[in-house]
Design a protein around this ligand. Structure first.
Ligand SMILES: Nc1ncnc2c1ncn2[C@@H]1O[C@H](COP(=O)(O)OP(=O)(O)OP(=O)(O)O)[C@@H](O)[C@H]1O
Ligand SMILES: [Mg+2]
Length: 504
C-alpha cells in the first residue's frame, strides 16, 4: 500500500443545533479498504455525504484532496467526475424502472433520444453474470425486487461507473449470506485492481473480514485509526462508545407462563413465483413472558410470517390465529392491534415512520388510543413517557421535537422501537430489532425487551443476527423455504444448530 489517493482535512459540518462533524481528518490509500465504525449519530454517513458531493461547497468546512490536489465538491456530479461513487445507507432506486435502467441510469447506451435497449440489457446481463446474481433479470421492474436485491443493484450501479473510490454505507443490512459473499468477492477484486473503498458498518465481523484499516468515530470526531490486525474487537467497541460494555446480551431468565398466542396453518403465496408458497403451513405457539426467536436465511419467509399474522400481508393468505385460546380474525393491522398485537417492522422506510413528524409524535403514535384525551392529546403525559424512552435509548438529536427525517439511520430505528415499547402490546412481533443499531444501544434495547417480558409481554423476534438470536431467545424456531425445519429449546440453541436447520 502506497500513496494517498484521497485526504479529507479538518472537515466540519453543522446542521441547525447539531455539530455533526468537527475537524475530521481521513486518509485513504490506493487499493485499500478503510472501515469506519462508530455509534449511531457519530457522523459516519454525514462524512461520506460530504465526500460524495451531497452538500454544496459552502455547506461544509475543510479541504478535500484527490491525489494531493485540492478539490471542492458542490454536487454529486462533481464528486463522480473524480471517480467517487457512493452506495447510500437507505435504498434509493427508481422503483418503476427496470434493473437495467437503474444500473446504467446516467449512461444509458444509445444516440440522442434513442436508447439502445439491446445493448442496455446485454451489458446489464453481463454485469449480473459477473456478480453471479442469477435471480435478478435485467428487465425486471425494480419495485418487484426484495430489499437485498435492491441493495445489490445499487452496488452494481456504482460498480458500473468504474470508480476510483467506492463508498459503502451499511451495505449488508438486507443481504442474504450469499449476497454478502458476492459483495466481499467484488470488493476483493476491486482492491486487487487498485480501487479504494470506504466501508461503514456496525457489524465488526465484516470490518475484520474485509478491511485493511479501521477508523473509529464518536460524536463527530475521529477517535482512533488502526491497522485491522493490530486492534481487538473489544478495544474497538470501547473506543466507539467511550466505555466498556460488560454484557452485550443482558438476557435475564423469566418465568414462562401459559399459552397466550397460537397460529395454525399460515399460508402465504409467493409474491412472484406461481404455485409456490413463501410461507407453507406454519403453526406454532407462544407462551407468556417468552421471547420466541425465529431464525433462518434471509428470504426463507420469516418476515412474511409476521406480516401475515399482523394483517399487513393479505393477498391469498390463510391462517388461524388464537389469542389466549380464543380464535380471532385479523384482516388488517388495526384488527391486530385491537387484539393486543404490535409489530416493529424491518423496513422503517416503508412502514415504521412518519418522516415529517417529530420524534415525540412518532413514538406516541401507536399509543394514541390508550392515552387520555383521544383527540386532544394530553401533551404532558405523552411528553414524559416519550422522553423516558428517548433518554433510555440515547436517541441522538437536539431534542425530542426534532423531525425524524434528520436523524441518523440507527436513531430512526430506535424511534420505531420506542413506539412499540411505549404501547406495550401483549404480544410484540419484532423483525430484525437491532439492524443498523450500534452495540451500546443494542444492549439497551435488549434490557427493554427483558423489562417487557418480565411484565408479562411475549415477543416473537425474527433475527439474522446470530449472537442476538442465540442469546436472547427462550426458544427458537428455524424456517427454511417457508417451513419450520427446527425447534430449539434454550439449551439447544447454538449457531451450528440454527444453521443446520436453516439449510434443510
Ligand atoms: N439532514 C440533517 N439535518 C439535521 N441533522 C442531521 C441531518 N443529517 C444528519 N444529522 C445529524 O448529524 C449527526 C450525524 O448523523 P449521521 O447520519 O452522520 O450518523 P451515522 O454515524 O451515520 O449514524 P448511523 O450509524 O445511525 O447511521 C446526527 O446527530 C444526525 O441527527
Ligand atoms: Mg449512517
Amino acid at each position: 500500500m502506497s500513496e494517498s489517493i484521497l485526504e479529507m482535512r479538518n472537515v466540519t459540518k453543522t446542521f441547525p443545533g447539531v455539530k455533526a462533524l468537527s475537524n475530521v481528518n481521513l486518509d485513504l490509500k490506493k487499493g485499500e479498504i478503510l472501515g469506519i465504525c462508530g455509534e449511531n449519530g457519530a457522523g459516519k454517513s454525514t462524512l461520506m455525504k460530504v465526500l460524495s458531493g451531497s452538500f454544496s461547497a459552502n455547506q461544509y468546512e475543510g479541504d478535500i484532496l484527490i491525489n494531493g490536489k485540492e478539490v471542492r465538491f458542490d454536487s454529486v456530479a462533481t464528486a463522480q467526475s473524480y471517480g467517487i461513487e457512493m452506495v447510500y445507507q437507505e435504498i434509493n432506486m427508481l422503483m418503476m424502472c427496470t434493473v437495467a435502467e437503474n444500473i446504467f441510469i446516467n449512461n444509458i447506451p444509445g444516440e440522442g433520444k434513442f436508447v439502445d435497449f439491446k445493448k442496455l440489457f446485454k451489458d446489464t446481463q453481463e454485469l449480473l453474470d459477473y456478480a453471479g446474481l442469477t435471480d435478478i433479470y435485467p428487465k425486471e421492474i425494480a419495485h418487484n425486487l426484495n430489499s437485498g436485491q435492491m441493495a445489490m443493484v445499487s452496488l452494481l450501479r456504482a460498480y458500473a461507473k468504474n470508480p476510483k473510490v467506492l463508498v459503502l454505507d451499511e451495505p449488508t443490512g438486507a443481504l442474504t449470506n450469499n449476497e454478502v459473499d458476492i459483495l466481499m468477492r467484488i470488493l476483493n477484486e476491486l482492491r486487487d485492481k487498485g480501487v479504494s473503498c470506504i466501508y461503514i458498518s456496525h457489524k465488526l465481523e465484516e470490518i475484520y473480514r474485509i478491511c485493511d484499516r479501521v477508523m473509529v468515530m464518536r460524536d463527530g470526531e475521529v477517535v482512533g485509526t488502526h491497522l485491522i490486525n493490530e486492534v481487538r474487537e473489544d478495544e474497538l467497541i470501547e473506543e466507539m462508545i467511550g466505555r466498556k460494555v460488560v454484557n452485550l446480551y443482558p438476557k435475564e431468565s423469566v418465568e414462562i407462563g401459559e399459552e397466550v398466542f397460537r397460529v395454525e396453518d399460515i399460508v402465504v403465496p409467493h409474491p412472484t413465483i406461481k404455485n409456490r408458497n413463501i410461507v407453507d403451513h406454519v403453526s406454532f405457539k407462544l407462551y407468556k413472558g417468552e421471547i420466541l426467536g425465529i431464525g433462518g436465511l434471509v428470504g426463507a419467509g420469516r418476515s412474511e410470517i409476521l406480516g401475515a399474522i399482523f394483517g399487513q400481508i393479505k393477498k391469498g393468505v390463510s391462517k388461524k390465529v388464537f389469542v389466549k385460546g380464543r380464535e380471532v380474525t385479523i384482516n388488517s393491522p388495526a384488527d391486530a392491534m385491537e387484539v393486543g398485537i404490535g409489530f416493529v417492522t424491518e423496513e422503517r422506510k416503508q412502514n415504521g415512520i412518519i418522516w415529517m413528524l417529530s420524534i415525540k409524535d412518532n413514538i406516541v403514535l401507536a399509543s394514541l388510543n390508550d392515552l387520555p384525551g383521544k383527540v386532544f392529546v394530553d401533551n404532558k403525559v405523552e411528553e414524559s413517557r416519550a422522553q423516558e424512552l428517548y433518554d433510555q435509548l440515547h436517541i441522538k438529536a437536539p431534542s425530542i421535537n426534532t423531525k425524524v427525517v434528520s436523524l441518523s439511520g440507527g436513531n430512526q430505528q430506535k424511534v420505531v422501537i420506542s413506539k412499540w415499547l411505549l404501547k406495550k402490546p401483549d404480544i410484540l412481533l419484532i423483525d430484525e430489532p437491532t439492524r443498523g443499531i450500534d452495540v451500546g444501544a443494542k444492549a439497551e434495547i435488549y434490557k427493554l425487551m427483558n423489562e417487557l417480558t418480565q411484565s408479562g409481554i411475549s415477543i416473537i423476534m425474527v433475527s439474522s443476527d446470530m449472537p442476538e438470536l442465540v442469546n436472547m431467545s427462550d426458544r427458537c424456531l428455524v424456517i427454511s423455504n417457508g417451513r419450520i425445519t427446527g425447534e430449539l429449546s434454550k439449551e439447544e440453541i447454538s449457531d451450528t444448530a440454527v444453521m443446520k436447520a436453516a439449510i434443510m
